[in-house]
Design a protein around this ligand. Structure first.
Ligand code: NDP
Length: 255
C-alpha cells in the first residue's frame, strides 16, 4: 500500500469536488477528504446515494458538504459551466478535483462490442473529464495549491483482451492527465496526476470479477493514503505521474 500518514487537518480550508461520490472509491475519498478538513462537493448521478454520504459527513461533524446531482453521460457543456458558476458563488474557490466516476461497459471482444455502449463509456470516462476540467480551470487557477487527480487502471497502461472501451478510455485518461500536466508544468500552482486504485472491493469490481470474495482484496477505505497525499500540500511539485494506490509508493514516470 502507498505509505503516507496524513496529518489530521491536511485539507482544512480547501474545497474539493469528487465525481462518483455516492459509492465505492469516490464515497471513501469524499469521507476521508472531509475528515481531513475539506469542504467536499459530491457529484454523482444517484441523488439518494449522494444524500447518504452528505448525511454521513454532517453527522460526523466534518465541514458541511455540497451536492451536485449530475449525470456525466448526458450533461453538456452548459451544465458544467453552470456548476462552475455555482461553486464560484457558493464557495468562491476550488482547490481540488478527483475525477473518479467511471463506467465499466461490456467485457467482450472488440469485434462484438456494442457501439452504443462504446460511446457511452467514452462519454462518461473521457469526455466528461475534459468538459468538467475545462469549466473548472478558471477557478483552479486562482487557488494557491490546486490538485487534479484522474483515475486510471492497469488496463489503461497495457491493453487487455475483452476490456474494450473501458481499457481504451483509461489510456485516454492517462493521456489527458499527461497533456494537462505538461500544459501547467510551469504554473507553480496546479498539479495533475493519475491514481491506479488496484483491485478494490466495490460494485464495479464485483461486476468485473463475480467469483471473487471481496474480503480478500483492499477496501475503498484502505487505499485512501495516496488520495490524501496527492490532494494535499505534501505532493506540491508532483505532476504528470501515474501512481499505484497499492504500490510501494514509487511513482511510475511515463515521460
Ligand atoms: P463504482 O462503480 O463502485 O462507483 C462508480 C461511481 O461512479 C458510482 O458512484 C457511480 O454512480 C458513479 N457514476 C457512474 N456513472 C456515472 C455518471 N454517468 N454520472 C455520474 N456518476 C456516475 O466504481 P469504483 O468505486 O470501483 O471505481 C472508481 C474508479 O476507480 C473508477 O474510475 C474505476 O475505473 C477505477 N478503478 C477501480 C478499480 C476497482 O478495483 N474497484 C480498479 C481500477 C480502477 P452510481 O452509484 O449512481 O452508479
Amino acid at each position: 500500500m502507498f505509505n503516507y500518514d496524513a496529518p489530521e487537518s491536511l485539507l482544512t480550508g480547501r474545497v474539493i469536488l469528487i465525481t462518483g461520490a455516492g459509492d465505492g472509491i469516490g464515497r471513501a475519498a469524499a469521507l476521508s477528504y472531509a475528515k481531513a478538513g475539506a469542504t467536499v462537493i459530491l457529484l454523482g448521478r444517484t441523488t439518494e446515494k449522494l444524500e447518504a454520504v452528505y448525511d454521513e459527513i454532517e453527522n460526523a461533524g466534518y465541514p458541511q458538504p455540497a451536492m451536485v446531482p449530475l449525470n456525466l453521460d448526458t450533461a453538456g457543456e452548459a451544465a458544467y459551466v453552470e456548476m462552475a458558476n455555482m461553486i464560484d458563488s457558493e464557495f468562491g474557490r476550488l482547490d481540488g478535483i478527483l475525477h473518479n466516476a467511471s463506467l465499466l461497459g461490456q467485457r467482450t471482444p472488440l469485434e462484438n462490442y456494442d457501439p452504443i455502449t462504446f460511446d457511452q463509456v467514452m462519454r462518461v470516462n473521457v469526455n466528461a473529464g475534459f468538459l468538467l476540467t475545462q469549466a473548472l480551470l478558471p477557478l483552479m487557477k486562482q487557488s494557491d495549491d490546486a490538485s487534479i487527480i484522474f483515475t486510471s487502471s492497469s488496463v489503461g497502461r497495457k491493453g487487455r483482451a475483452y476490456w474494450g472501451a473501458y481499457a481504451i478510455s483509461k489510456f485516454a485518461t492517462e493521456g489527458m492527465m499527461q497533456t494537462l500536466a505538461d500544459e501547467y508544468s510551469n504554473s507553480g500552482n496546479i498539479r495533475v496526476n493519475c491514481i491506479n486504485p488496484g483491485a478494490t472491493a466495490t460494485n464495479m469490481r464485483s461486476y468485473a470479477y463475480p467469483a471473487e470474495d471481496p474480503s480478500t482484496i483492499a477496501s475503498a477505505a484502505d487505499i485512501q493514503p495516496v488520495y490524501l497525499y496527492l490532494m494535499g500540500p505534501d505532493s506540491k511539485g508532483i505532476t504528470g505521474q501515474s501512481i499505484d494506490a497499492q504500490g510501494d509508493g514509487s511513482p511510475t514516470d511515463f515521460v
